[in-house]
Ligand binder design. Structure first.
Ligand code: TEU
Length: 543
C-alpha cells in the first residue's frame, strides 16, 4: 500500500458554535479557536475538522449554508478564517472544511432564485415535483414542502429550511467544484463531506442513500478538485458497509481518502424507535462490528476511527461510566480506539471526558432533530410518551455533544463572558480543561500519550499499519486484540465492565506500554494470570 501523510494523522473536530467565544455574544467564533491552538498543539493533533462556519441562518447550526464562500458574522469574517489557517499551519495543524453538499439553506441565493418561478435559471438547482411522495425527512415529517409561489413541492431530506440540491443538474456540480477549489486555494488541508452518500439519489425511485450516480459524481469531483493535491477527504456515510466503503476509499478508484461508517455508532439503536429508545450495550456486538472493519481493507481502503462527533452522545456516558469511573472508562475507550488501524478522530471535550447533559425542560434543547422528532413522535403520532422521549434525548440527543466546551471553573466554564447559546453542563466546575491540565493522570494526558505513541514512537508503524486480530471474541466484557507489524506485536486488552476480570493468555509480555491505572508494572506482567480492575485498559508490547 502506498503510504499517505494522513495515514498517521490524528484529527480533532471543532464544533465552532460551542468551542470558544472571544466576542462575548454567547457563540463560539474563529478568534476563539485561534486562541486555543496552543492547547490543541499540546494535545498533539495534526488536523482540525471544522464543522460549518459559513453564512447560515443556523436552523441546523451551520449545516444549512446560505453562502459557501462567506463566514457567518457570528464566527467572524474571511480575514479571521485566513488567520486561523495561517496560525494553525505555523503549528503544523491543517484545517479541514465541512462541505455540506446534499442541501443548502433556503436562504441561499440559488434557492431564493429557484423558488421565484418555474423557468428561473436556478429552478433545476433543487428538486421540484408536482406531487409529494411518501418519503420522510430524517428530522421528522414529510420530505416534501409545498411552495405556494410556484405551486410545487421541493424535496428536503433534512429540515424544510434545508432544500436538497439537484445533483442531476451538471451545473450544480460545476458550481460546487469551483467553490471547493476556492477553499483549497485558501490553504485548507482537506474536507469532510456531509451525508455524501445521499447525492446520488434517484428521488422518483425512492432511492436516497447510495444511489446509482453517487460514485460517478465522486469520481468527477475527485478529478475536478482533489487529484494531485495533498488533500485529505472523509465522507460521512451512514449506510456504508465494508464493500461500499471500498468503493469510496480504494485509492485506485480516486474518490475519497476514507469514510465514516456508523455501524458501531448505531449498534444499540431500537429497531423501530432508533436512537430515541436505545437498547442495552452489548460488548460482543461492538467487538464483532469493529473487528469486521479492522480486517476489511487490504490496501483497498482506509478506516476513520471515532466514538464521538457533534451528532452523537458522549462515549463516556454512553458506554462507559460517567460517575464512579469517569476518567478510567474514558481512557479505556480512548485506548481501544487509538490502538486500532485507521485515522482517529477526537471530538472536542472528549479529551477531558466531558459527559452527556440532562436538562429538565424540552425548551432548554436547541437541536432541530430533537424538536422536530418530538413534534412527530410525541405530539402527532403519540408513539412515544413525553417521558420516554426525554429519556431518549438524555441518552442520544445531539445536544449532549453540543453544550459549550468546558475550559475552566469560572462562569460559563470560561467558554463565554456572555449568555451561551446553549446551556453549559453544570458539571463544568469539576470537569474542565484547566483541571485536566493540572492533573498528571488526567484523561487529557492519556490522549496525549496515545497520540504520541501513534505519531512518534517505536510503535508507530505497528499502530498505523499493523495487522489486527481479535482475541476472546465471545468474552462478554473483555475487548482484546493484537496488532502486528513485521516482528513487533502489541496487545491491547480492555475490561469494558465494572467487574473484576481474571484472564489467561498464552502470550508473553515484554513490557507494558500504557496502563490506565497507576500500578507497579510487575503487577500486570504475567499474561497467563492477568487480573484486570473495572474499566482497566492496557497496551503491551509482546515478546
Ligand atoms: O448528519 C447526518 C445525519 O443524518 C444525522 O442527522 C444523523 O442521521 C442523525 O443525527 C441520526 O439521528 C449530518 C450532520 O453531521 C448533521 O449535523 C446535520 O444535521 C445533517 O447532516 C444535515 O446536514
Amino acid at each position: 500500500m502506498e503510504k499517505q501523510w494522513w495515514h498517521s494523522a490524528v484529527v480533532y473536530q471543532v464544533y465552532p458554535r460551542s468551542f470558544c467565544d472571544s466576542s462575548g455574544d454567547g457563540n463560539g467564533d474563529l478568534l476563539g479557536i485561534i486562541s486555543k491552538l496552543d492547547y490543541l498543539q499540546t494535545l498533539g493533533i495534526d488536523l482540525i475538522w471544522l464543522s460549518p462556519v459559513y453564512l447560515s441562518p443556523m436552523k441546523d447550526n451551520g449545516y444549512d449554508i446560505a453562502d459557501y464562500q462567506a463566514i457567518d458574522p457570528r464566527f467572524g469574517g474571511l480575514e479571521d478564517m485566513r488567520e486561523l489557517i495561517a496560525q494553525a499551519k505555523q503549528r503544523n495543524i491543517g484545517i479541514m472544511m465541512d462541505l455540506v453538499l446534499n442541501h443548502s439553506s433556503d436562504q441561499h441565493e440559488w434557492f431564493k432564485q429557484s423558488r421565484q418561478s418555474r423557468d428561473n435559471p436556478y429552478r433545476d438547482y433543487y428538486i421540484w415535483r408536482d406531487q409529494p411522495s411518501e418519503l420522510r425527512s430524517i428530522f421528522g415529517g414529510s420530505a416534501w414542502q409545498y411552495d405556494p409561489q410556484t405551486e410545487q413541492y421541493y424535496c428536503h431530506l433534512f429540515a424544510d429550511a434545508q432544500p436538497d440540491l439537484n445533483w442531476e443538474n451538471p451545473q450544480v456540480a460545476k458550481e460546487i467544484h469551483q467553490m471547493i477549489n476556492w477553499w483549497t486555494e485558501q490553504g485548507v488541508a482537506g474536507f469532510r463531506l456531509d451525508v455524501i452518500d445521499l447525492i446520488g439519489k434517484q428521488i422518483d425511485q425512492g432511492i436516497t442513500e447510495n444511489g446509482p450516480r453517487l460514485h460517478p459524481l465522486l469520481q468527477q469531483m475527485h478529478q475536478a478538485c482533489f487529484k494531485g493535491k495533498a488533500l485529505v477527504t472523509v465522507g460521512e456515510t451512514w449506510g456504508a458497509t465494508p464493500e461500499l466503503a471500498k468503493l469510496y476509499s480504494d485509492p485506485a478508484r480516486q474518490e475519497l481518502s476514507m469514510v465514516f461508517q456508523f455501524e458501531h455508532a448505531a449498534i444499540d439503536w431500537h429497531p423501530q424507535h432508533g436512537k430515541w429508545q436505545p437498547q442495552p450495550f452489548n460488548v460482543v456486538a461492538l467487538k464483532q462490528v469493529l473487528s469486521k472493519w479492522q480486517t476489511t481493507f487490504k490496501g483497498d481502503g482506509w478506516n476513520a476511527l471515532f466514538w464521538n462527533n457533534h451528532d452523537l452522545p458522549r462515549i463516556v456516558s454512553r458506554w462507559g461510566n460517567d460517575q464512579q469511573y469517569r476518567q478510567r472508562s474514558a481512557k479505556l475507550f480512548a485506548t481501544l480506539l487509538h490502538g486500532m488501524q485507521g485515522t482517529p478522530y477526537i471530538y472536542q471535550g472528549e479529551e477531558i471526558a466531558m459527559t452527556n447533559v440532562r436538562f429538565e425542560q424540552l425548551e432548554d434543547y436547541d437541536d432541530i432533530e430533537i424538536t422536530n422528532n418530538y413534534q412527530e413522535k410525541v405530539v402527532e403520532q403519540q408513539s412515544l410518551s413525553h417521558q420516554q422521549f426525554m429519556q431518549g434525548v438524555y441518552a442520544s440527543g445531539r445536544d449532549n455533544a453540543r453544550t459549550p466546551m468546558q475550559w475552566d471553573a469560572s462562569a460559563n466554564g470560561g467558554f463565554s463572558s456572555g449568555q451561551p447559546w446553549l446551556k453549559i453542563n453544570p458539571n463544568y466546575t469539576e470537569i474542565n480543561v484547566a483541571a485536566a491540565l493540572n492533573e498528571p493522570q488526567s484523561v487529557f494526558y492519556h490522549y496525549q500519550q496515545l497520540i504520541a505513541l501513534r505519531k512518534s514512537s517505536e510503535y508507530s508503524d505497528t499502530l498505523i499499519y499493523g495487522s489486527y486480530q481479535l482475541l476472546l471474541p465471545e468474552h462478554p466484557q473483555v475487548f482484546a486484540y493484537l496488532r502486528q507489524y513485521q516482528q513487533q506485536r502489541l496487545l491491547v486488552v480492555a475490561n469494558v465492565s465494572e467487574l473484576d476480570q481474571r484472564l489467561s493468555f498464552e502470550l508473553k509480555a515484554k513490557q507494558v506500554i500504557l496502563n490506565n491505572l497507576q500500578q507497579a508494572k510487575g503487577a500486570v506482567q504475567h499474561l497467563s494470570a492477568l487480573q484486570l480492575a473495572p474499566y482497566q485498559a492496557i497496551i503491551y508490547e509482546l515478546e
